[in-house]
Design a protein around this ligand. Structure first.
Ligand code: UT7
Length: 333
């Protein structure tokens, strides 16, 4: 059975922001034992953007949100809420949503952070849509923002090549009947926790000199386990979105997978029998920006004129937890 919202709710504008500094594979090859050839062939990544010291997720998120507000033609004080989706909050508290709220001047908004790793944006979007569909809120900003370089070990070739910094934002509102979010599915399986995590810095293992020395404040990943599960779950949940809404892969104008690895994305598209020109793909220039991959990839496809009103679009995400999910939209503008 589809998960239907009580009202037609959808995305009405998008925005994005990346820091200026571009780090190429060749730059990384000077820092760790890697090569442009290895990184391109294993991940599809050529370069990524990195923040300068002193820049936090809220800085990137506020910029992306400003663009989304401008594209929608509304002022920040017309927002009812801000959901900041991030695994790299500026601080553990206060929440990044509060910092973004202050930076953009969203004087009437409340807000909170949502962390479901690389599924954060998707889960945040469905939460915002459900809040609007309830009738209690009119207009919510969902901001996916991450400074992944703040939790990556710059001496670890296994992870340093994979991630980038960036932010994407969307405005969620009631839309014309029959348009917007048609269906979504979300999953969580905590047995996957050991495969992708940051072991210290939380309540279980607070920061000590020993945790810092053991590099436990960085991303730890068993890549192959994550890889296999990501392909399977993203393909299955996307297929579910099509099947239970009686759509054929050829009805899909755009597939927007979480951008973690080009091979994962292409394998998922292949399982969906979807031609690759129907897939959003920005990993080559931005790498894995965690919560920002889906909103930025969607924003770039809109800018390129790849989607028009009425087109069917599927979002799919997979991340630490494990968490994963899919969403089917009939584009509303
Ligand atoms: O967004 C959150 C979800 N995350 C993901 O979806 C990531 C999923 N996993 C992956 O994308 C891939 O598993 C990786 C890109 C992380 C790794 O690719 P792989 O094909 O699974 O490689 P591997 O882990 O099997 O490593 C193969 C070899 C190893 O060397 P040995 O042990 O065979 O001698 C690694 O040490 O490649 C080595 N290696 C590297 N070599 C050069 C790992 N990283 C690098 C590197 N440069 N940067």
């Amino acid at each position: 059975m589809s998960r239907r919202l009580a009202k037609s709710v959808g995305i009405t504008a998008t925005g994005q922001f990346y820091p200026d500094r571009i780090v190429t594979n060749h730059d990384l090859a000077k820092m760790v034992d890697t090569s442009d050839e290895w990184i391109i062939s294993r991940t599809g990544i050529k370069e990524r953007h990195w923040v300068e010291p002193g820049v936090g997720s809220s800085d990137l998120g506020a910029e992306a949100l400003q663009m989304a507000l401008k594209n929608r033609g509304i002022a920040a004080d017309e927002l009812d809420a801000i959901i900041a989706c991030t695994v790299t909050p500026d601080m553990l508290f206060p929440c990044t949503a509060a910092l973004i709220q202050h930076k953009v001047g969203a004087s009437k908004a409340f807000g909170f952070d949502l962390n479901a790793a690389c599924s954060s944006f998707l889960f945040g979007l469905s939460a915002a849509a459900s809040m609007v569909a309830s009738g209690a809120y009119k207009r919510i900003a969902v901001v996916g923002c991450d400074v992944m370089t703040s939790i990556t070990d710059k001496t670890d070739r296994n992870t340093i090549v994979l991630f980038g910094d960036g932010a994407g934002a969307v405005i969620v509102e009631e839309v014309e009947e029959g348009f917007g979010i048609l269906d979504f599915e979300q999953k969580i399986d905590g047995s996957g926790a050991p495969y992708l995590c940051m072991p210290a810095g939380g309540s279980l293992k607070p920061a000590t000199a020993a945790t810092v020395a053991a590099k436990e404040h960085f991303i730890h990943q068993q890549g192959q386990e994550v890889y296999k599960r990501a392909v399977r779950e993203m393909a299955e949940v996307s297929r579910l979105m099509l099947d239970r809404n009686a759509l054929d892969p050829k009805d899909l104008v755009l597939f927007v997978p979480h951008q973690a690895n080009n091979r994962i994305m292409e394998a998922a598209a292949k399982r969906l029998e979807l031609p690759l020109d129907r897939m959003a793909n920005n990993i080559m220039y931005f790498a894995n920006t965690t919560s920002a991959t889906i909103p930025t990839a969607m924003h770039q496809c809109l800018e390129a004129g790849r989607v028009k009103k009425g087109d069917h679009v599927v979002f799919a995400a997979f991340g630490a937890g494990f968490t994963w999910g899919g969403m089917l939209l009939k584009w509303a503008y």
